[in-house]
Design a protein around this ligand. Structure first.
Ligand SMILES: [Zn+2]
Length: 410
């Protein structure tokens, strides 16, 4: 008997996860180390124990269930159980549910993997404390300094949030998996974008995840009376900002790629008053692309355009780089294998780039990693309206099962 995805069983499992943290607006609150996040992990661990898996937890409170030998290097498969505040029913939880369903299908069919399969339900992926704590712990990327200083938007320290739940934060520093102990990491996740739905393709195979440059920009002119200052005697910081913003499509055309994005997301005008010419515009610029040289090219282009706009409007300009996250490439061999399995199963699939961050990109620091995307209705995520069609989910789960059978067969 060939292992087969049991769609009803998978639905029941996903519903079981989403019984935790449900809120009035229809969304889910399972932020990292909240009571609902702790409770869903206990429940999920009991589910895996009932399946006869070897269940364990690490210092970050990620939960694991192993099918096969206890000590041999494993194929790890999973995603995260935490959500953003008022998040959706699929982000993270779907990948965890699919991982366990694949193992259940194998067990039911009597398929014994030559290499063990380890279901992973990672913790704190959504970055309440500014990282991807679960996968960073597994990959050994958490430093003592970061651990001790990490805090959420309300100023709650990660260490305090963990201790309030009876967890010892220091255990994170000794929870890294040794190199070679994880043969590969696979994660199924919703796309969180509109591309697959628009093209009516059930499966996306990300070749990598975009990097992020975060710039802090300040244009300084002269705040003055909106009535008495003639139009040709102004140093209007907002006019400079507008002149820069309108040229973003040209910057992308000149120096970008199809994956490039530039976003001005947060703006403050000073003094921000209806009757005053803005003396200062302070804003963020986020530049994303799948290739570092393209990101740097766009950053340089942005500097030139901003400089010219500042001169034209009589403004001074400062640009600070707040942070730089390099793009990540997923494992070419795993992507080829997923593509070949999708073809064999007659499942339409397309290669793409992930514009969002995922555990799988952190895991590339430890082992070859790859992902399967399924479509998101209207591209919506991190909101109660988040939805994926069950027909697409089934296809994604079938591909994951086929991939795990291939990888675990030796
Ligand atoms: Zn996610």
């Amino acid at each position: 008997m060939e292992p087969e995805i049991n769609s009803e069983r998978l639905k029941t499992l996903l519903d079981g996860i989403n019984a935790f943290g449900r809120v009035k607006d229809g969304g889910f609150n399972r932020t990292g180390f909240s009571d609902a996040d702790m409770a869903v992990r206990d429940w999920f661990a009991r589910e895996m124990e009932a399946d006869g898996l070897i269940v364990s937890r690490d210092g970050a409170n990620s939960v694991f269930g192993r099918y096969g030998a206890a000590d041999a290097p494993a194929i790890m498969v999973g995603s995260h159980l935490d959500t953003v505040a008022s998040g959706g029913a699929f982000d993270g939880s779907l990948g965890v549910a699919v991982a366990l369903e694949c193992v259940r299908a194998m067990k039911e069919a009597g398929f014994a993997p030559a290499h063990p399969i380890e279901v992973a339900a990672t913790s704190e992926e959504e970055g309440r404390f500014g990282g991807m704590l679960g996968s960073q712990t597994i990959a050994g990327l958490v430093t003592r300094d970061w651990l001790e200083s990490a805090a959420d938007a309300d100023g709650v320290l990660l260490t305090d949030a963990m201790r309030a739940q009876g967890l010892e934060p220091k255990a994170i520093l000794s929870s890294a998996r040794p190199k070679g102990s994880v043969r590969a990491f696979l994660e199924l996740h919703i796309e969180q974008g509109p591309v697959l739905e628009r093209e009516a393709i059930a499966i996306g195979l990300p070749e990598g995840a975009t990097g992020i440059v975060n710039l802090h920009v300040r244009l300084t002119g002269i705040a003055n009376h909106s009535g008495t200052t003639p139009m040709d005697m102004r140093a209007d910081a907002f006019a400079g900002l507008a002149e820069i913003a309108v040229q973003i499509p040209d910057m992308i055309a000149a120096s970008g790629s199809k994956d490039a994005r530039i976003t001005i997301g947060k703006v403050e005008l000073v003094p921000n008053h209806p009757h005053t010419i803005p003396g200062e515009a302070v804003f963020t610029v986020i530049i994303r692309d799948a290739r570092e040289e393209v990101m740097r090219g766009l950053q340089a282009r942005f500097g030139e355009v901003a400089g010219a706009a500042a001169r034209k409007h009589g403004l001074s300009l400062s640009i600070e780089e707040n942070s730089f996250i390099a793009p990540v490439a997923f494992d070419a061999g795993l992507i080829d294998m997923l593509e070949a399995e999708a073809r064999r199963l007659n499942l339409p699939a397309r290669r793409m780039i992930s514009g969002a961050g995922h555990d799988a990109q952190t895991m590339t620091a430890l082992c070859p990693s790859a992902m399967i995307f399924v479509p998101s209705r209207n591209g919506i995520s991190h909101a109660p309206d988040e939805h994926s069609d069950w027909a697409d989910i089934e296809k994604g789960a079938q591909l994951m099962l086929a991939a795990l059978i291939r990888l675990s067969a030796g």
